[in-house]
Design a protein around this ligand. Structure first.
Ligand code: NI
Length: 193
């Protein structure tokens, strides 16, 4: 039940933070005045990840955490499935980046191991709580750490959208929870043209 409650809570948080996008859910384009995303420099196990250094690539940016029981794995699996469908020419032009909203437990090493499970082009990044908060804020993403369970574990409810940055760095779309792999693929390919 705990898992279920966490799942529902995640959705509630997502709806809260994504409410401004509700009218545009068909095509995922943010309306005027919505957060437009922003560049960040965060840390991976292989060094700093600077979105400005990734211009020319389509970036799929997801705010989540490795202990997430259900929502993160489902979203990341759909994104990864789309990446697996890309041609060998297309694949180097796309990166899937998970920004951890749980810097306390998600070390760069743990994030690397987690990312490798999904796709070779996936990168897990973390930073200070302030750096992560700033990155999330620029995309209009939110997250709330829940109280710890008796065993010390805790959930972090978070926005479940996947933000899609075009090769020129602009926020081109955001994909909702449960978007199928085909939707990720279509969005990525549309931006690679
Ligand atoms: Ni999650």
């Amino acid at each position: 039940m705990r898992k279920f409650h966490a799942f529902i809570a995640s959705i509630s948080v997502a709806l809260l933070f994504a409410a401004y996008l509700a009218g545009c859910s068909d095509h995922g384009t943010p309306p005027p005045g919505a957060p437009i995303g922003g560049d960040f420099v965060l840390r991976s196990a292989d060094g700093p990840v600077d979105t400005r250094a990734l211009r020319g690539k389509v970036l799929l940016i997801y705010f989540g955490y490795t202990h997430c029981p259900d929502v993160c794995p489902a979203s990341l699996a759909a994104a990864a499935q789309a990446l697996h469908t890309l041609s060998v020419e297309e694949r180097p032009k796309v990166r899937l980046i998970m920004v951890s909203v749980d810097p306390e437990r998600d070390t760069p090493a743990r994030l690397k191991e987690y990312a490798a499970y999904f796709h070779p082009e996936m990168i897990g990044v973390t930073g200070t709580p302030e750096e992560i908060a700033a990155a999330a804020r620029s995309f209009g993403a939110g997250y709330i750490r829940q109280p710890a369970q008796p065993d010390g574990s805790y959930a972090v409810d978070h926005t479940t959208r996947t933000y899609v940055l075009a090769p020129d760095g602009r926020l081109a779309a955001s994909l909702e929870l449960n978007a199928p792999a085909d939707k990720y693929l279509e969005t990525v390919r549309g931006l690679l043209k």
